[in-house]
Design a protein around this ligand. Structure first.
Ligand code: COA
Length: 182
């Protein structure tokens, strides 16, 4: 089965998805300074500048995952990031996650970026199953995923501890037949 060695640039109307490169470290680091994004992605860890620089520079070499910058289709500015990860070639499955920067949320950017990524995965690779996790307190993300054909398949009860409270994690997936008929 193919791999994620190809690093595509995918053009939409609002956004262009392109491979993450070393020069993106500044924007990535700035995006981490957002308490709301940390809560919505359940990010407990604090990242140093050095870790982010190494992360950004090394994305292009990874052949088992795809890390894409979501950029403004008109200006090229960084608008967030999207990753296709957890590739399991034996079972033809992988995961997907997205984070749109605060300034670009609620403008259709996340929906279009996810749609472009999902189409790329199913059109270019023999992937059967694409899955994700989302917290129960994130109705906006759940709405986007449902709109694109993801179905809820389970709940990890009290899987996230945030600010002293436990929250459920919702498991969702889209299978190739769902995508073909959506
Ligand atoms: C989740 C995220 C990717 C969505 O992208 P976005 O660009 O903000 O969303 P869009 O503008 O494309 O679409 C939002 C949709 O959610 C709907 N929505 C917004 N708030 C909602 C709410 N409280 N309840 C239900 N639906 C809601 C909107 O109506 C819209 O749907 P529509 O286009 O059918 O009207 C983005 O907000 C984000 O990255 N947030 C921070 C990090 C995060 O939550 N990541 C996901 C972790 S699983």
């Amino acid at each position: 089965m193919g791999s994620f060695a190809d690093k595509p640039t995918i053009r939409g109307t609002l956004v262009t998805l392109r491979p993450i490169v070393a020069a993106d470290a500044d924007a990535m680091f700035a995006g981490l300074d957002d308490p709301e994004a940390k809560r919505l992605t359940g990010t407990h860890r604090e990242f140093t500048r050095e870790v982010i620089e190494q992360w950004a520079a090394s994305r292009i070499e990874q052949d088992d995952r795809l890390d894409l910058a979501i950029t403004d289709a008109h200006t090229g500015a960084w608008a967030g990031e999207l990753a296709i990860n957890d590739w399991d070639p034996d079972n033809r499955s992988c995961g997907i996650r997205i984070a749109v920067d605060a300034a670009y949320r609620d403008r259709g950017v996340g929906t279009e970026a996810m749609r472009l990524a999902i189409d790329y995965v199913f059109e270019s690779l023999p992937i059967h199953r694409l899955s994700l996790e989302v917290f129960s307190f994130n109705p906006r993300a759940i709405a986007v995923y449902r709109k694109l054909g993801f179905m809820q398949e389970g709940v990890l009860r009290d899987a996230l501890l945030w600010d002293g409270e436990f929250h459920d994690t919702i498991l969702m997936s889209i299978l190739r037949p769902d995508w073909e008929t959506r």
